[in-house]
Design a protein around this ligand. Structure first.
Ligand code: IMP
Length: 193
């Protein structure tokens, strides 16, 4: 019976989102800080899944209660899939959109496709389970919108950038929202067993 899990993050937005999605299951989500864990494992995996697993295992080995960890990033087709697992360190914080726009300046419409990917790993005494989500869109020619974070102002979905969407609107189509809803379904099934 799962009634509490530790999320391998201290990011308030990720915690709020996980709490909102999992609360109907009666599962309390606590941050790694609230669980008293103060470690930052080296995320040197080649994929989002490998990095999420590294984080989940590191925290689980300390807390020994169910853990979820996620890893995500942007993959741009015209850049050979970059920045991918290097999304967080691709440019100094706040400069990632400018850098993408500069790198993409000669790429024509039709070749500006990209996607965000998120992988979530769940781990408990039974083993591990992973779920992923993608959000497909294009890289805009300029930044638009003030909501969100990271690459949101340059990532177009339909006729808006993610930074022009409300949090609920973004959650309904985002890579993280898709993966989180898969986690919800997995935990719902596991609770019923
Ligand atoms: P992490 O999953 O927190 O490690 O995210 C890695 C990096 O990917 C972040 O620092 C952002 O730059 C980028 N990223 C991940 N998800 C999003 C998103 O939903 N919008 C914009 N950028 C994102």
């Amino acid at each position: 019976m799962i009634d509490k899990l530790v999320m391998a993050t201290n990011n308030k937005n990720k915690l709020r989102e996980a709490r909102e999605i999992l609360s109907p299951l009666g599962i309390e989500v606590i941050s790694q800080q609230e669980a008293g864990v103060n470690i930052e494992p080296v995320e040197d995996g080649q994929t989002f899944g490998e990095n999420a697993l590294i984080k989940a295992k590191a925290i689980y080995n300390v807390v020994k209660v169910p853990v979820i960890a996620d890893d995500s990033g942007l993959c741009v087709d015209a850049l050979g899939g970059r920045p991918s697992v290097h999304s967080a360190r691709y440019a100094p914080k706040g400069q990632e959109c400018d850098k993408i726009l500069t790198e993409m300046r000669d790429v024509p419409d039709g070749k500006r496709t990209a996607y965000f990917e998120c992988c979530i790993v769940y781990i408990d005494s039974d083993g591990t389970e992973s779920m992923s989500g993608r959000c497909y869109g294009t890289i805009a020619h300029e930044q638009r919108g003030t909501d969100g974070f990271g690459y949101d102002p340059v990532f177009r979905y339909g006729n808006k950038t993610l930074a022009e969407m409300s949090p609920d609107e973004k959650n309904s189509i985002s890579h993280r929202g898709v993966a989180m809803r898969k986690l919800y379904e997995y935990l719902e099934k596991k609770k019923g067993e």
